[in-house]
Structures are given as C-alpha cells and as structure tokens.
Design a protein. Structure first.
Length: 389
C-alpha cells in the first residue's frame, strides 16, 4: 500500500462501506469524506461523519499504519487537534493515538484494484496502463486529452509571458526565440534558443539581404564553423564588430539524418529571417493553420512536417498567450497529428492522434503523468481503477 493510493481510495470511497465500524466498535457512516487539503495539517478537511449517534464535521488524517501518527509527531501538534477520524491501512497500536477513532481499510478494498495499481507501479512498458487502454471509451479519451492540451498551452503561455518580461514586451523578438527553439526540437531546442537570444532581431535585420552573413552569424554563435572557412572569416569579422560571444551549450548530432542536422536547420532558420517578414504579424493575420504553414515554405529543404511543427510548437502557443485562444485551438484541430516516437508508441498501443490537438494532449499525458506514475491524478488511470473496483 502507498499513501497516495490510500488517499485515492478514501476520497472516491473505493472500499466496502457496509457495516463500517471504528476500532472501538462504534458504527460509522460517511456522509462526506472531505476535501483534499493541500496546505499544512490533516489530509482531508471538512469531512462529515456519523460515529455512533453523533455527527462530526472536521478533518480526517490518513496513514498506512496507525503508529505513523506518533512517528510523524502529530500528538500535541495544533494542526491535528480537531481530527475526527484516523483512517489507516492497518492498525498496529494497542490503543488509538490521541484517543482519535480509527478506521481500518485493509480488508475492505477490492483486490483487483490493488493488483492493478501495483502492476502499474512496476510496469516498465511505454505507459503503466498500456494493457488496459482498450477498455476506454473514445469519449473519455478525447475529453481528457483535450483538457491536457489546454493545460499544455497554459503552461507554455506562462513561458511566453516570462520571455516577454525579459525583452520588454517585444512580441516579434519572442516569436524569433520561439521559432528558433522549435527548429531545434527535439534535442537541440535549448541550443537554438540560446543562439536566437544571442542575436537580437535588430542586428539580423541589418543584414537580412545577405544570406551568407545571416548563416555565418547563426552557425558561428553555435560553434559550427571551421577555422579558415569563408563563413568563419565573415563571422569573426562581425563577432569583432558587435562583440558577440558564442554560446557555450554543445550541439548534438546524435542519430540525425543530414536533412535534420543542426547545420541544415540553422541555415534554414537564417533563410526564414532573410525573408524580412514580421513573423508575429503573419501569425496574427493568418486565417488558418495551413496559411501559416505556407508562409514558412521559403527555405530549401524545410519540409511540410517541420513547418507544421513550427506552427504547433511556436505559433500556436504565441497565439494562445496573446489571447487568441480559440484561434490557437482551431489551428491545432486543423493540423494532422504529429509524428514522433511518443505518438507512434501511443498508436502501437491502440490510441491514434486524429489531429494536432490530440497529439499535443498525448504528449502532455506521457510527460506529465505516465512518466511520473501520476496514475491517480489522471482521468484515464482513475477510470481504469474504477473498472477494477
């Protein structure tokens, strides 16, 4: 038994409630188990219980063992003075600590529920509940992934807001940073972002008519130019003129095809700046996701998948942060689902992303819930445990 599972069992009453009695023999009826308490003090607050003939309202504390009350130092702690019930998995004390009634749940919980959760915690596959996924309805899956997509966008909007604070609310500069980071995904995102931050837009605009200069600046800042090469000499000239400092983050070439190498991507990024467009203005004015994708078609070799990726990972979060939330969500629903190893693994488990809104939710689910084994915080995990209960 894990304490987070015990909390879940109590909160959603996944135990046999017939004939409940406290350890001292008094009948117990749960009117309301209480609200989870995220602050200091007992685990649940404002529970409503009838013990014997008396109705109590107050906090409830949960532990794996009743002796944990003493072990955690709750005796004498003012935060726990009003506790009306101590819920435990097993009672290992001769008498109730602090004279608080004890309820033991050990023999009242479904064995399939316990077995399923334990299996998930030990599972080493793609996601803990992989084998149970076929039991889900399409509606349940769609509702949860859409909520996660919103959470993902909200989280990214916070990042956009922090970047705006760093560059004096300059949306074009922030767009430049976002585009660069997106071009570096998945392994060089931080490097590309650092390159963009080291080269302000006002500097690049001075040289936008000269492709070689833009390429030299970007590649040089990333440390990807060889001494003696023409671009290297040009970079050293501008580095001296503007006092540029190359970034220190290492660029990764691990398992990359030539078309996806960081050198190719930085050259393409330079080409996007050579267009001389105000990219944030383009984002605001574009009437659809495909219009935005088409606006990125200039650089040689920048395929449709990569252009859609820039829209999904840079343009959509910017729109959302700017307040055009409906437009941002509509763009995700317009674009097809992304294709990467996580989305392909979901598909192998029987879950297919019909659009980019779904794939974004699936990426959020894998990263924030499955990898962290937060099954009890996940609507999918709870639904599958409900089936087992």
């Amino acid at each position: 038994m894990r304490e987070e599972l015990l909390h879940y069992i109590w909160r959603y009453r996944h135990f046999n409630q017939q004939g409940l009695v406290t350890e001292d023999g008094r009948p117990l009826h749960i009117v309301f188990p209480g609200q989870p308490n995220t602050d200091q003090g007992p685990d649940f607050r404002a529970a409503r219980l009838r013990i014997g003939e008396v109705t109590f309202v107050g906090p409830v504390e949960l532990h794996i063992r009743s002796s944990d009350w003493l072990r955690h130092g709750h005796t004498g702690d003012a935060h726990y003075r009003e506790v009306i019930l101590h819920v435990v998995w097993e009672n290992d004390t001769p008498g109730p600590p602090a004279d608080i009634p004890i309820l033991v749940l050990h023999d009242r919980v479904s064995k399939p529920l316990l077995g399923r959760y334990e299996h998930w915690m030990r599972q080493t596959g793609f996601v803990p509940c992989e084998r149970q996924l076929p039991a889900l309805t399409a509606d349940a899956w769609r509702d949860w992934t859409r909520k996660l997509t919103l959470r993902r966008l909200q989280r990214r909007a916070v990042i956009v807001g922090s970047w705006l604070d760093q560059n004096r609310q300059d949306w074009e500069e922030t767009t430049w940073w976002m585009m660069a980071r997106s071009m570096g995904l998945p392994v060089n995102a931080a490097v590309f972002e650092a390159v963009a931050r080291s080269l302000p837009l006002r500097l690049l605009k001075r040289h936008r008519l000269y492709a070689s200069t833009l390429e030299a600046l970007l590649l040089g800042q990333a440390g990807l130019l060889q001494a003696g090469h023409g671009l290297h000499r040009e970079y050293e000239f501008w580095r001296s003129k503007y006092g540029l400092q190359p970034i220190r983050l290492p660029v990764s070439f691990l398992r990359m095809r030539p078309g996806h190498s960081p050198v190719t991507r930085l050259v393409q990024l330079a080409a996007l700046q050579k267009e001389g467009k105000g990219w944030f203005g383009i984002i605001r004015e574009a009437t659809s996701a495909e219009v935005a994708v088409g606006a990125l078609a200039g650089p040689k070799g920048l395929g449709i998948g990569m252009r859609r990726g820039i829209v999904i990972n840079a343009f959509v979060p910017l729109l959302f942060a700017y307040g055009q939330k409906e437009k941002a969500l509509a763009w995700l629903e317009e674009l097809p689902g992304e294709q990467n190893h996580v989305i392909r693994s979901w598909a192998a488990s029987g879950v297919v992303a019909g659009d980019a809104a779904a794939s974004q939710g699936m990426l959020e689910l894998k990263k924030e819930y499955c990898n962290a084994r937060r099954c009890l915080d996940c609507a999918i995990g709870r639904a599958l445990l409900n089936i087992a209960a």
